[in-house]
Design a protein around this ligand. Structure first.
Ligand code: NAI
Length: 486
């Protein structure tokens, strides 16, 4: 590995890198080869405390700055990220094993988009004025919550850190962020860049560690809000811990999203949609449409065309620009995915393509397509978080909608059809936070993103995010003397 992947230190607190070698060692593995590329340490309880103290100290002055000033710093950070996109994308690939052809356009650039977007609206975050009888009025102040905690998953380490930091900081909060222990490198770069852009010390801090470090952060009395991106079981634990302290919470959790393809759809476009809904980032995307419902009349031709198109996938070294499928993030995740593939076969689904581990170093698997999947099979019910597509067939619109919604999850849903009224009817009926018509998995920063049902609470991105990173203070102003009964 010739890329500089060992960071200056494990943590970033109060505007500087900090090391504490007494923490448990944390080894960073490049999943494309299995080689160790960095050695970090988990944060000790004292170190976590010092990060929270730094964020707590910095928050009043940060909130007291004008939105314009805060926004300028965020936008400057966005510019620095864009200038360094190549190196940051290489680091994202080292952290995750995702192909550079993807990380160059979807990770640091998405972080820059978030910083630019929320930097742009920071100055117009405001309350309102409400007129009342006798000249009295109420005005509202939209205020920061205080110290916020962000906790990330491993699939989008740069994007997750920025999607939380940008709106939090725009609203005048400060943050302590804990990346996933599997991908700890990228968030440190965001912290470094925010300092360079002018963010005062303590405004954005990063501490490394596993669940225990996350739990300490969530349980701390100084923390006003917790935003987690992770799995449903972790989300349930973190949400409960936040509730114990009556903290604000945003939970971006897992999914098992449906993609419904009607027989009048543009076939090539629908196949592309199914590919993007299942194999981007080697299938490690929370909103993936892994239950692909295809109307009976076109099922065979759809599966045939999909298998042909899969021949064009280039699996291998993620640093090569022609590569379109990199490695899984870890050996553990690869084993989980292989386990699901065996279950799919054992329960009677037909493996149409892929599904084998590649015989080389690193954690590679061929993208897999199962046909003849039924709703009760494990692969159709549980989130796999890997490149495994399940194709199910259906006859009527009503049936498709009922079966699409028959899941505890509700993150995303998509429909391919040329019938516009049917498309909108389906979308209105989907029990999901993010819906797609004739496309899939696009997540521009302008669009609110988040889940229904067990897939989460709250929304990230879009102007909707402001409500989740601030609160309203209502101020009643009397224009006449105050009267009392006695
Ligand atoms: N809805 C969304 O926006 C997204 C959801 N995800 C979901 O994330 C999952 C994959 O990511 P993983 O890293 O495996 O998830 P995970 O749930 O295992 O871990 C998520 C984070 O929570 C931390 N954590 C674990 N236990 C904790 C505790 N008790 N208190 C505080 N923090 C704790 C972990 O260290 C990690 O940083 C998938 O289920 C996926 O669907 C991933 C990306 C986006």
């Amino acid at each position: 590995m010739t890329y500089p992947t060992q960071p200056t230190a494990s943590h970033y607190i109060n505007g500087a890198y900090v090391e504490d070698a007494s923490g448990t060692p944390l080894s960073v593995i490049y999943p494309a080869t299995g080689a160790e590329i960095a050695q970090l340490h988990e944060a000790t309880p004292d170190l976590v405390d010092s990060a929270l103290a730094a964020a707590h100290r910095a928050q009043p002055a940060w909130a007291a700055m004008s939105g314009t000033e805060r926004g300028r710093i965020l936008r400057r950070a966005a510019d620095i990220i864009r200038e360094r996109n190549h190196d940051l994308s290489v680091l994202e690939t080292c952290d995750t094993g995702k192909p550079l052809s993807e990380t160059l356009v979807a990770d640091a650039t998405s972080a820059a988009d978030a910083l630019e977007y929320f930097g742009g609206i920071a100055a117009s975050i405001a309350g309102e004025h409400i007129q009342l009888p006798e000249g009295d009025f109420v005005y509202t102040r939209r205020e920061a919550l205080g110290v916020c905690v962000g906790i990330g998953a491993w699939n989008y380490p740069t994007q997750i850190a920025a999607w939380k930091a940008a709106p939090a900081l725009a609203c005048g909060n400060t943050m302590v962020f804990k990346p996933s222990e599997t991908t700890p490198l990228c968030a440190l770069k965001l912290a470094e860049i925010l300092t360079e852009a002018g963010a005062p010390a303590g405004v954005f801090n990063v501490v490394q560690g596993k669940g225990a470090v996350g739990a300490q952060l969530v349980g701390d009395a100084r923390v006003a809000k917790v935003s987690l991106t992770g799995s449903v079981p972790t989300g349930a634990r973190v949400y409960a811990a936040a509730a114990a302290g009556l903290k604000h919470a945003t939970m971006e959790l897992g999914g098992k999203s449906p993609l419904v393809i009607f027989d009048d759809a543009d076939l090539e476009s629908a196949v592309s949609g199914a590919i993007n809904a299942n194999f981007y980032s080697t299938g490690q995307v929370c909103s993936n449409g892994t239950r692909v419902f295809v109307q009976k009349g076109i099922k065979d031709v759809f599966v045939k065309r999909l298998a042909e198109r899969l021949q064009g996938a280039v699996i291998g070294d993620p640093m090569q620009m022609e590569t379109t499928i990199g490695s899984m993030v870890s050996e553990r995740q690869l084993e989980i995915v292989l386990g699901y593939i065996e279950k799919g076969k054992a329960e009677g689904a037909r493996l149409v393509a892929g599904g084998k581990r590649l015989n080389r170093d690193g954690f590679y698997i061929e993208p897999a397509v199962f046909a003849d999947v039924t709703d009760d099979m494990t692969i159709a019910r549980e989130e796999i978080f890997g490149p495994v597509m399940s194709v199910l067939d259906f006859e009527t619109e009503e049936e498709a909608l009922t079966r699409a919604n028959a899941t505890e999850f509700g993150l995303a849903a998509g429909v391919f059809t040329r019938d516009i009224t049917r498309a909108h009817r389906m979308v209105a009926g989907f029990e999901a936070g993010s819906c797609y018509i004739n496309t899939y998995n696009l997540t521009p920063v302008e669009a609110p993103f988040g889940g229904s049902k067990m897939s989460g609470v709250g929304r990230e991105n879009g102007s909707a995010a402001i409500a989740h990173w601030s609160e309203i203070k209502s101020v009643y102003v009397a224009m006449t003397p105050c009267e009392a009964a006695f």
